[in-house]
Design a protein. Sequence first.
Lengths: 210, 210, 210, 210
Amino acid sequence: MADQKKLTRAEQKALRPIQILDAAFEEFVRNGFTGARVDDIADRVGVTKGTVYVYFETKEKLFEAMISHFSVPFQELLAITASLSGSAADRLMSMLGLLYDQIAEDRTTRELTRLVISEGQRFPDLIDRHHDQFIAPVIAKIDNLILEGVESGEFREIPVEFSDIVVAPILTTTVLRLIFDDRRVPTPDREAFLRTYFDLLFNGLLVDRR
Amino acid sequence: MADQKKLTRAEQKALRPIQILDAAFEEFVRNGFTGARVDDIADRVGVTKGTVYVYFETKEKLFEAMISHFSVPFQELLAITASLSGSAADRLMSMLGLLYDQIAEDRTTRELTRLVISEGQRFPDLIDRHHDQFIAPVIAKIDNLILEGVESGEFREIPVEFSDIVVAPILTTTVLRLIFDDRRVPTPDREAFLRTYFDLLFNGLLVDRR
Amino acid sequence: MADQKKLTRAEQKALRPIQILDAAFEEFVRNGFTGARVDDIADRVGVTKGTVYVYFETKEKLFEAMISHFSVPFQELLAITASLSGSAADRLMSMLGLLYDQIAEDRTTRELTRLVISEGQRFPDLIDRHHDQFIAPVIAKIDNLILEGVESGEFREIPVEFSDIVVAPILTTTVLRLIFDDRRVPTPDREAFLRTYFDLLFNGLLVDRR
Amino acid sequence: MADQKKLTRAEQKALRPIQILDAAFEEFVRNGFTGARVDDIADRVGVTKGTVYVYFETKEKLFEAMISHFSVPFQELLAITASLSGSAADRLMSMLGLLYDQIAEDRTTRELTRLVISEGQRFPDLIDRHHDQFIAPVIAKIDNLILEGVESGEFREIPVEFSDIVVAPILTTTVLRLIFDDRRVPTPDREAFLRTYFDLLFNGLLVDRR
DNA sequence: TATGAATGAGGGTTCATTCAT
DNA sequence: TATGAATGAACCCTCATTCAT
């Protein structure tokens, strides 16, 4: 705030909407759509309420713009996984590791998930976009990786609806962190978590199988 | 409403708070804490706003009472699992099946989960109670079952923080149903889901495990 | 305000909407629809803004209700004129005298006319209702009276669109009083005005006709 | 807007205030003083809000300037009537015909009348100026014409407050057009209207007088 | 002269809460 | 116990006005 004094008018202006979106993110996350106050969002930026309305017509539009702003589709993630090599298991692990980082460990995505859960009913479009841009591509990718593993003889054949199960530990970690946020349930150690996750995923719980 | 005519006045009175809690559940679920209106809750019961305040001091207290009312601890579930017999795997499957029914398939618990995620920050006590009454006992039970399996030589030994991973498909299904509610992601068939879930949990994804 | 203390709750309640409508009339007349403040209307009644909204959903609805409340159709006036006897001229004079009293001399109708002129564009229904309930019946009545006079040989035959001209002095007086309200143009003496009005209406300005 | 391209910069500048006054007229007419938005006025001209404030200190000053700009006193009208010849009746008819054209048929004057009626209370000076520049001179002129007619033996002698009555059909037509604007009451045909108006004015309604 | 970002004082509306009945 | 009129504190949004550029 102090060093923004040096910015020119034009720079300020280009910055404003982003500052507001950032502030909106924090307030909407903390209080939900209805609970958040435009006044508080403005305060966070250091401007007055009116200024928010210079850039966003309504609180609702601001909310939607904020969601769009922070919802950077998993383009890169999918791109990376496309270039993976190695066994199907290796590629699946790489993908799940990336997903873990992007969903469970990244605060932004995590809190976006909270908003999707809590405000989804009020903003159905939000859900649709979230599904199309996040869920569907990821699920499709996982399906593919598993199918390839099946075809190469690495993986056992498994009904098609199972992808949720494969990624479940990631979403579950995300949700538990949203709920407990280090209060009761400690944030798991990334490496240890993934090790156990993958071990169970690939080998299962039973000692002696067949 | 029609068959309540048969109730005596005393019964009516005893019913009021519960009717209000039921109505509160629906409104809070639909609109969140801030978004829900006491007026709408009263309307649902067929009384006026003032009546709600006869039974509950504030909207906040009503919310908390509602959560308590619907949060029936998994006493019976834990009791049932205590009396299970058979192999560790059998007992674990029984427990997970029960959990699935109670969390993923039961609308009340599911929506309670939504409220825990969306309103938890505003009601920290809610989180604590939820943890103590739901999460902790369940996790402990799972831990136990697995430990027993390890001791009996059925299960491989696995780090202690893994229980989340074991139940993850259940919470994930719950959350996905909260988000999409049959709009994009179809509700999975219970039997097929559990079959795959357990198959993966016990045997893992790999074809050839020595 | 002081003596309302004696009223029972029920009496108060029955009175409230009317008190509000009265207050609304004054504020809307003084400041127009946009300029009037709900707060000031409430103040006038001695209640708070919220109370106004107990009775009227929006400022717009309040405005419309106020107009309806004060727009008592000229039922009685028309009824009276229906029972008139005497020559056509006598009956026409009686009618015009009544009209003068109801439109030009009655503050309520006069100010209602101001609102019709100033807010009509924003409230087209207002205009339609005003036309159907006030203008049209009066015009029709005048037309009839003149037609009867023509048929009985009292009046000269005159094109049908002239009724406006016959009542023009009344509307003109109304509008001038609205504009000047005794500031520049003194309010005319009723008797003198009507005498001249009728003299001109019946006999015209020319000394020697034919 | 297209042909303004040809104007020099200096011409443009000289035009600005007038463009703004024109735009202000339309917006104030449509929405009243309080309802009109400076932003919309600026939009109409194709400039921004700030520009309006370059030329006019406040919205109120702009309103007053606009009224002054469009209130071109009836100088020419009075000048023309000064040069009239013929009988008193002829001269009166000429004058009333001109008045009809300037008041009832000219949209600008008509809408100015609306503003005088609706905003007069908020701008008392407006009323005074309107009276001094419009009403008083016209009334005086009419008075004169009639007096001359009386002196020449053409007109009957009539109390001095009657001038309103003589011009009433003009103001009435104006007001009715303001209210109904061709929606319910059709705009009268000029010639037919004036013919009836003058016929009634001079000859009265009665068949047999004296 | 013109811009337009920013302000800030409201204004309409909502709604949890109170309390006399 | 139940009502519902009334309150008043917010909250969203608007808009006349300012001012640095």
